[in-house]
Ligand binder design. Structure first.
Ligand code: KIV
Length: 289
C-alpha cells in the first residue's frame, strides 16, 4: 500500500498504467476509513454542501465551512493526498482572493492541494500563481457543479465534436498552467479517452467512463448513505441508508423495551459504597422525619 501519496506518485501511476483511486470525505472518521483502505486522493469536495449540509446545490457552502471540514479530514489521513475544493466565489473575485483562500487550506487545514472548476483565463492565471508558490492545483472540467445554472442543469458536457475539442484545449491549458491532475465530470467515454491520452498529467473521471487515469465518486453516494438522488454513474457498494435505519430502529426498540443498556454497558458502585450510600440515604430520610 502506498505511503504518502504525492502529486509525483500520481504522475508515476499514470505512466505505469496503475489506476488512481479517489473518493470524497468531509469528516475525520470517514477520512480514516478511506486512508486505511488505501485510497490515493481524498477530496474534501464542495459536494459537502449537498451531502453533509443538505443544500440543493454546491453554491451555499462557505470557505469557513470548507475549512472546518478540511481540518477534520486531514486529522484522519496519514497516506493519501488531501485535495480541498475551493468553494463557489472563493476564487472567482480576483487573484488575491484566490491565493488567500487556497493558502488557508494549506496553512490552516494542512491540505496538500486545492481544486477549482473551469479553465477560464482567470483560473489559468490563478493556477500558475498557486503552482509558482508551491500549492498544487487540480483542475475540474466537463460538468462543473458551480456553473450548474449557467450550464442549464446537470448535463453531460462535450457531446459534440466542437465541445469535445474545447474540453481538450481546456485540459491542455490547465496542464500547461501547472495543474497536477484534471477531474473530468460527465463527459462521453471517447472524449475522456482522448483527453487522458493527450495529457501527461492524470485525469480522474466521474461519469466519464473507464479510460480516465483514475476514478472518483462521492463516498456517501457509493456507500448508499446519501440517497436524495442517484446519478447514473454511481455504483452502490453498500446500502448504509437501509442498514443505518434498521440499526437505529433496533436501538429505539431496545431503549423502549429496557434492553439497553445492560450491566456490561453500565458502571456499578462497589458493594461497600452501595451499602454506605443506602445507609446514608436512610439516615437522611430518617433526619427529615
Ligand atoms: O465536490 C465534489 O465532490 C467533486 C467531485 C464529485 C469530483 O467535485
Amino acid at each position: 500500500m502506498a505511503k504518502n501519496v504525492s502529486t509525483l506518485t500520481l504522475r508515476k501511476y499514470k505512466e505505469e498504467g496503475r489506476k488512481i483511486v479517489a473518493l470524497t470525505a468531509y469528516d475525520y472518521s470517514t477520512a480514516k476509513i478511506l486512508d486505511r483502505a488505501g485510497v490515493d486522493i481524498i477530496l474534501v469536495g464542495d459536494s459537502l454542501a449537498m451531502v453533509a449540509l443538505g443544500h440543493k446545490t454546491t453554491h451555499a457552502v462557505t470557505m469557513d465551512e470548507m475549512l472546518h471540514h478540511a481540518k477534520a479530514v486531514t486529522r484522519g489521513v496519514e497516506n493519501a493526498l488531501v485535495v480541498a475544493d475551493l468553494p463557489f466565489m472563493s476564487y472567482q473575485v480576483d487573484v488575491t482572493q484566490a491565493i488567500s483562500n487556497a493558502g488557508r487550506f494549506i496553512k490552516e487545514a494542512e491540505a496538500h492541494a486545492v481544486k477549482l472548476e473551469g479553465a477560464t483565463d482567470h483560473n489559468l492565471n490563478i493556477t500558475r500563481r498557486l503552482v509558482d508558490m508551491g500549492i498544487p492545483v487540480m483542475g475540474h472540467l466537463g460538468f462543473t457543479p458551480q456553473s450548474i445554472h449557467g450550464l442549464g442543469g446537470t448535463r453531460v458536457q462535450g457531446r459534440t465534436a466542437d465541445e469535445a475539442i474545447k474540453l481538450l484545449e481546456d485540459a491542455l491549458a490547465l496542464e500547461r498552467a501547472g495543474a497536477f491532475s484534471v477531474v473530468l465530470e460527465m463527459v462521453p467515454c471517447t472524449v475522456s479517452r482522448v483527453i487522458s491520452k493527450k495529457l501527461k498529467v492524470p485525469t480522474v473521471g466521474i461519469g466519464a467512463g473507464p479510460d480516465c487515469d483514475g476514478q472518483i465518486l462521492v463516498t456517501d453516494d457509493m456507500l448508499g448513505k446519501y440517497v436524495d438522488f442517484k446519478p447514473r454513474f454511481v455504483r452502490r457498494y453498500a446500502n448504509l441508508d437501509e442498514i443505518s435505519t434498521e440499526a437505529i430502529r433496533q436501538y429505539a426498540t431496545d431503549v423502549m423495551n429496557r434492553n439497553f443498556p445492560n450491566d456490561q454497558e453500565s458502571f456499578a458502585l462497589s458493594k461497600e459504597e452501595e451499602d454506605e450510600l443506602i445507609r446514608r440515604l436512610s439516615a437522611l430520610a430518617g433526619g427529615r422525619n
